[in-house]
Write a protein that binds this ligand. Structure first.
Ligand code: F6P
Ligand code: MG
Length: 507
């Protein structure tokens, strides 16, 4: 055996070169957003390389770190508690055993989260989204783990894996671990619910004594306020409000006019006037909502959509929900059906007066009628539950892109949708919205896009730099508090289309 102690067996020492005549070393190559290499040109952008640097779980300065390290394990732990409750209520042994196997899979997922495991492919559970998921993992995230993959993808992946815990089972493939929580929060929202139902239950009447101008002015004021009702409805996201008291919920759900006037100053990027200009002359249009949260937020969106129909602005409203339980509180078809039915037939609020109860029934029945008449259409494309951002809609889900292009206005609700619109990356805060959303603003036929979002995570665009810098300095935590909001509009590619139509007509 050779002598391992001999000098020749030790690794070679470093050879230092004397490079005195070469140019000095530059140290400012840090990959921050101010670096000249950003934004990446479109051809260099991919899900692991957004236009500006991605947020990743290991970035301790971002909400990604807190979410991946603490919030997701807590959410998963609560989901297990929910499953155990269901288990305790189950009498059929075969189903009990089947559910226990789901719980085992949840334990494995928890361990993988805690050990920061690599992202493995999703097991083929016959859901239509497997190719979308596994192509993304193989192509962009091979070898990446929960902390090193971009936050957006890793977080979405966790919810898809949670679904897999159930989709592989025999009896529980449609089980929603968040359903109880979603219903519970709505049933604790009585004050704000009745505030709206008692105002909007009766069908709107046109006041014939008003001049056209006056009527249009009133229409505008209502539109602006209802847009804000839908916007602030997004502040009630269950994944952040786990320990909220009824009083806390009341405070953030207050929908009165004074409150709205006061909160408008918290809209940091505010295109409300432009949105009004877009819809002011719209008659019988199609409006799409890419929904966010169930319960109170969905209720606010429906009040808004109801008014859009009654005012004649929209002829039909398409609601896009999620196919699987998603980011705790997002709307699934079951949540949608539950809301409409509980309003029309249920008795959810024990303290309600007869008039309040009746107002809710009227609303619920009218909304169900819209569904029956095809004025309200609920849909759930698999693309919404993937880790892709909306920069990839046209390439990964061209059918969905073309479908959205038929719309006169696509309203994206909430924080996660905003993250997906903007690639969830460290864009400078003054990046114009239509630059931040890339192809969804610029591709041929792109529809007008409106983001109604209360700010609950790091990415912020179309907000002047001095404003965001001052908040960063004076109010740490402003990016995740839900106190601030943005109302941002992209006109899409419609200007050209209208022009083309005009040209075509004149030829
Ligand atoms: O986990 C973080 C997050 O994805 C943030 O985007 C936001 O805090 C929340 O979850 C979801 O918010 P929303 O329901 O508004 O999309
Ligand atoms: Mg949500």
């Amino acid at each position: 055996m050779g002598d391992r102690g001999h000098a020749s067996a030790r690794p070679a020492g470093k050879t230092l070169l004397n490079l005195g005549n070469l140019p000095p070393k530059q140290m400012n190559f840090a990959m921050d957003a101010s670096s000249a290499s950003y934004p990446r040109t479109a051809s260099r952008v991919d899900p692991n390389n957004p236009p500006w640097p991605a947020y990743r779980g290991y970035h301790e300065y971002s909400f990604a770190h807190e979410t991946m390290g603490k919030r997701l394990p807590t959410i998963l732990g609560n989901a297990m508690t929910d499953v155990i409750q269901t288990l305790n209520e189950q009498w059929d042994e075969e189903k009990v055993l089947d559910l226990l196997r789901c719980l085992d899979r949840m334990h494995i997922l928890m361990k993988e989260l805690q050990d920061n495991a690599e992202l493995r492919p999703i097991i083929d559970d016959d859901e239509g989204d497997i190719p979308l998921w596994n192509k993304a993992i193989a192509k962009y995230f091979r070898g990446k783990d929960f902390m090193s993959a971009p936050w957006l993808f890793a977080e979405a992946y966790k919810y898809r894996r949670l679904h897999e815990c159930f989709s592989l089972s025999r009896y529980w493939s449609h089980y929603d671990v968040f359903f109880r929580q979603k219903c519970d929060t709505f049933s604790r929202s009585s004050t704000a619910v009745f505030e709206l139902s008692t105002r909007f239950a009766l069908p709107q009447k046109q006041d014939s004594s008003l001049s056209l101008e006056e009527a249009q002015h009133i229409k505008k004021l209502l539109f602006l306020e209802l847009t804000q009702v839908s916007l602030w409805g997004n502040a009630t996201d269950l994944s952040l409000l786990i320990n909220m008291t009824e009083d806390d919920i009341k405070k953030i759900q207050s929908t009165g006019g004074d409150h709205l006037a006061a909160t408008e100053k918290n809209i940091l990027g505010n295109h409300l006037q432009r949105v009004w200009e877009l819809v002011a002359n719209m008659k019988g249009g199609r409006i799409d909502f890419v929904l966010d949260n169930a319960g109170f937020e969905l209720y606010c969106d429906c009040v808004y959509a109801d008014w859009l129909i009654q005012s004649g602005i929209a002829r039909e409203v398409h609601f896009h929900g999620k196919r699987i339980p998603w980011f705790v509180s997002d709307v699934t078809r079951k949540d949608w059906n539950w809301l409409l039915n509980v309003m029309a037939y249920g008795s959810l609020f024990p303290g309600a007066t007869r008039a309040e109860e009746q107002s809710l029934r009227e609303l619920g029945k009218r909304w169900k009628q819209y569904v029956n008449e095809g004025k309200w259409i609920y849909e759930q494309h698999p693309f919404w539950c993937t880790g892709y951002t909306f920069w990839s809609i046209s390439s990964e889900a061209p059918d969905l892109f073309h479908y959205l292009c038929e719309s006169d206005l696509v309203i994206f609700k909430g924080d996660l949708n905003h993250r997906k619109l903007t690639y969830d990356c460290q864009a400078p805060s003054d990046t114009p919205f239509d630059v931040a959303i890339g192809p969804l603003a610029s591709e041929e036929g792109a529809p007008p896009v409106l983001s109604l979002r209360t700010v609950k995570s790091d990415v912020v665009v179309d907000v002047p730099l001095d404003v965001s810098q001052k908040l960063d300095k004076d109010e740490p935590g402003w990016r995740i508090s839900g106190k601030y909001a943005v109302v941002l509009l992209s006109d899409g590619d419609r200007k050209d289309k209208t022009q083309e139509q005009k040209n075509g007509n004149s030829n």
